[in-house]
Design a binder for this molecule. Structure first.
Ligand SMILES: NC(=O)c1ccc[n+]([C@@H]2O[C@H](COP(=O)([O-])OP(=O)(O)OC[C@H]3O[C@@H](n4cnc5c(N)ncnc54)[C@H](OP(=O)(O)O)[C@@H]3O)[C@@H](O)[C@H]2O)c1
Length: 131
């Protein structure tokens, strides 16, 4: 099934569930910002996906606990995507997503108020709550 929606951001996506979410979104035609708090691990994850045929994955640095880092991703989404259809806030540690609610609120606020973007059909997927 191909998604009609087009642009996604996934947090904590260099490994684990986040990485697999990126792979599945990209495999279904969504352009995905694979974000990671570590550039080396993030770029390696993107490379791995590209080697398996997913070309529509772009790396961006993001530590969900760092407001400046959140601002940087908001700017990226605004300038490169022009909209955001899916936000998967997956980043966390060992079964507990500490920063999730705070990150989503800050991200949405900055995206809409500072960048002037509307999040079209927002899908806030908190893996903590869904697993
Ligand atoms: N696996 C389960 O059974 C399970 C069950 C319930 C809920 N969950 C939730 O599902 C999510 C993913 O689980 P997982 O098993 O895939 O975990 P994982 O393999 O430990 O991956 C966690 C990811 O989050 C990243 N991360 C941690 N802190 C971050 C921060 N401040 N900013 C940005 N990224 C950060 C990690 O980056 P680094 O590589 O840099 O550390 C890693 O990419 C987590 O939120 C977890 O709480 C998992």
């Amino acid at each position: 099934m191909k998604f009609l929606i087009r642009h996604a951001v996934v947090t904590g996506a260099n490994k684990g569930i986040g990485f697999e979410i990126v792979r599945q979104l990209a495999s279904n035609g969504v352009t995905v910002a694979l974000t990671s708090r570590d550039e080396k691990r993030g770029l390696a994850a993107v490379e791995k996906l590209k080697n398996s045929g997913c070309d529509n994955v772009i790396f961006h640095l993001l530590d969900v606990t760092d407001p400046a880092s959140v601002d940087s991703v908001v700017h990226f989404v605004s300038s490169q995507f022009g909209k955001l259809d899916i936000l998967v806030n997956n980043a966390g540690i060992g079964g507990f997503n500490m920063e999730g609610d705070n990150f989503v609120g800050i991200f949405e606020d900055r995206l809409t108020k500072k960048a002037g973007l509307r999040i079209s059909l927002p899908t806030f997927c908190q893996t903590q709550k869904q697993l």
